[in-house]
Design a protein around this ligand. Sequence first.
Ligand SMILES: Nc1ncnc2c1ncn2[C@@H]1O[C@H](COP(=O)(O)OP(=O)(O)OP(=O)(O)O)[C@@H](O)[C@H]1O
Ligand SMILES: [Mg+2]
Length: 511
Amino acid sequence: MIDLTETQPDAFSALDVTKTFPGVVALSGVSIRLKPRSIHALLGENGAGKSTLIKVITGVHQADGGRLLIGGEEMSLRSIHHANAMGISVVHQERHLIPRFSIGENIMLDRLSGADLAPIDYNAIHEEAAKWLKVLGLDLDPRMPVRRLSVARMQLVEIAKALSHESKVLLLDEPTASLTPHETETLFDLLHKLRDSGVSIVFVSHKLEEVLALCDQVTVLRDGKNACESRPLAGMTRGDLVQLMIGRSERIPDWDPRDRATGTPALELKGLATEAGHEGVNLRLHKGEILGLYGLIGAGRTELAKAILGKIRLRGGTILVNGQEAVIDAPGTARDRYRIGYVSEDRKGEGLILLHSVLENAGVTVWQRLASRLGFLPRLRIAEAVSPVIRQLEVRTPSLDQTLGNLSGGNQQKVSVAKWLAAGVEILIVDEPSIGIDIKTKAYLHQLLRDLSDQGVAILLITSDMPEMITLADRIAVVDRFRIAGELPNSRNYGEMSAGIMNLIHREDAA
Ligand SMILES: Nc1ncnc2c1ncn2[C@@H]1O[C@H](COP(=O)(O)OP(=O)(O)OP(=O)(O)O)[C@@H](O)[C@H]1O
Ligand SMILES: [Mg+2]
């Protein structure tokens, strides 16, 4: 059989694209060529230029140089609407939904304002939106306001919105960052179908297993340049991709097992029951220990963290900090009186201010800790406390005064983690710490958490990333349906631990 795709023009190409921001060369001579009927991975470290390239392709940013070709014809895209009209649609890395609007209004937003001033037909809008929700297997009422949705659901609604344009080119910037494995699988089935029906898809992700399972072509960016351009993915390994992204191979830490579960626990939960639905939760977290909380999404781990911080009310039981009963009514009390910090899973929603500088964002916990004692705090003192962590996590920023919103998505994530690593707390709860963070920084972050625990900080680690759990945790407590299903020491043997954990979850099922 003759392979026609080889002779067809590219569905889309961007050639020799350059884009600079004040103090930053984001793209320098970057190219990508999309074949019809393909899923093209766009990879690179945080700040490598992936989102910037996507914004140039979709008319959000105007390039300083280079060419865009659609089906072989040169184009200049003036705006996102123009890109939509040319058959290109996009799901950006940052969320763009309007919280008080309904799901349906958000999906149909670009098509709400008719030129003829006719009244909006809400029934028609919600019907059309329902169709696209269904394509994604989402059983949601399109009339529900978006603000009531979880982060994962919001991400899916944005994908439904992009699909509703029925474009020939679909760009997805980290669409799976906060999806469950099940949601991801549904999305991948759909992307395969779209590809087979002739759509070209660009897929950005830091989860390399996903990339290897889904994509057929790959472009890797490094420091705003091509490390490889539009290569077939077949035959490439995870190691090859890592090499292209970071210029060396991945380092897997080889840490000795530790037993830190001795003495009075730094944090203890006794028979805790909460308004979220937890019953009889008993946990002990010791000084210098990393206790992993493993569970499927929806098992009640984040809610347990929020109950410890006083954001969800208790119905029974007690929380003890260093053996003393603690009364925690708000996160401020947890932080100031009990020295408990919390890296939230929803980092944008809780705690980062995009219009403020990197220093103001990263320094806020330091400021809260020291300012009350000193009355005021010189900038230099904050910078001194924050800089080492910012440096270790390789936050890519021209200076500490850069506006946070100008950093790449992953670098913003790093700042929210850095803020708590610099906070000087004794108990640290970290919820999905490496979402959106590249594999190199992930390794640094793991080292930092391990170092913090060696310095005596007690860490409660919530993660759905099994390798991360097995790398870091000293012990693992399995949470299932708002209860502790059991506890396991971490043998650091991947197969053994996965089997042990799944056994605990399924034993509950059988009961
Ligand atoms: N509006 C802006 N103003 C100034 N600098 C910017 C702006 N947008 C992006 N940059 C800079 O351009 C570089 C590339 O950023 P980009 O967002 O494209 O990275 P990325 O590859 O998407 O990273 P991530 O994996 O973290 O999302 C970064 O150094 C970033 O700080
Ligand atoms: Mg990005």
